[in-house]
Design a binder for this molecule. Structure first.
Ligand SMILES: [Fe+2]
Length: 295
């Protein structure tokens, strides 16, 4: 397996290994897992991807999420990110599917609004537009390292509230349905996720974050906005230009990402699998001490 660095200090393309290799072979999994812990974003090119292969690969990393209510693919292990309507054509820009892809264009980490946050997301390109539709990543681990030590310490001991309805509300007030709101109550997470393998911390924030525990609402929002702006400063990102056969996986503990726009008349279909974080991935230390005691 060859590891080819991609982004500004993070991200790598892996060559000489396929998704099927990782699914079938312990040594291949161990090598890819080590690269994942180190590089945070991994790119596999020219893969022959089916839903089955993608899921078998994904399961290696931990328990797959069951897709939430209100998303295409609900109840399965697949999130279907599509702007294709029942007639096989791209839906208009004001359609709910288009608005949802717009919400994806805000900087975020996947599943921080869920009761169990995500270790990794695995995304495969099935139908890609001719122009645009890239996925852009930043390393919140590198951003954390750029902060001054006093702020790092403060964040390590701070907790932020994450709510799916908050990020969707930035696009349209009712984009999160009543059913989704009921299923996804706000969650509170430490603002720094420490990787148990290498001990490195990363800012843990997303467009879903709306308040900081113990801070006045506006001041908390300001801190969140400043940290997201800091982490996503120009020059810090890796922009992935999708090609057919591409599979990209990322560490939701140590990165943020966003979709980039594409012409709305062009169809796009991506399939995501998402793996929940477990104790071995450092999730217990992310909970507020009071909620740890309560559970
Ligand atoms: Fe995402």
């Amino acid at each position: 397996m060859d590891v080819i660095p991609l982004g500004p200090g993070f991200g790598a393309e892996l060559r000489g290994v396929t998704l099927s290799d990782v699914a079938a072979d312990d040594a291949a999994y161990a090598a890819v897992r080590a690269a994942f812990e180190e590089h945070s974003v991994l790119v596999f090119r020219d893969q022959e991807v089916t839903d089955e292969i993608q899921l078998a690969f994904s399961r290696r990393f931990g328990p797959p999420e069951v897709t939430k209510v209100g998303s295409q693919g609900t109840g399965s292990h697949f999130v279907i990110l599509s702007t294709i309507g029942p007639d096989g054509k791209a839906v208009p820009p004001d359609h709910r599917l288009s608005l949802r892809s717009k919400a994806n264009q805000l900087w975020h980490t996947d599943s921080s609004f869920k009761r169990v946050p995500a270790l990794t997301s695995i995304l495969s390109a099935r139908i890609i537009p001719a122009h645009g539709g890239e996925t852009e990543f930043v390393s919140t681990r590198l951003a954390f390292g750029r902060l001054d030590p006093a702020l790092r310490l403060r964040l390590e001991n701070s907790f932020a509230w994450h709510d799916y309805a908050h990020s969707r509300g930035q696009i349209a007030p009712d984009l999160a349905s009543a059913e989704e709101r009921a299923a996804l109550p706000p969650q509170c997470w430490r603002m720094v996720w420490k990787n148990p393998v290498n001990g490195r911390g990363a800012i843990y924030l997303a467009s879903h974050a709306y308040a900081v525990e113990g801070m006045e609402r506006a001041a908390g929002t300001k801190l969140i906005d400043e940290m997201i702006a800091f982490a996503t400063a120009p020059g810090a990102s890796y922009v992935h230009q999708w090609r057919k056969g591409d599979v990209v996986m990322w560490d939701n503990r140590a990165t943020m990402h966003r979709g980039r726009p594409w012409p709305s008349h062009e169809a796009r279909l991506m399939i995501r699998t998402t793996i929940s974080a477990t104790e071995a991935d450092g999730v217990e230390a992310m909970r507020r001490p009071s909620s740890q005691a309560a559970e």
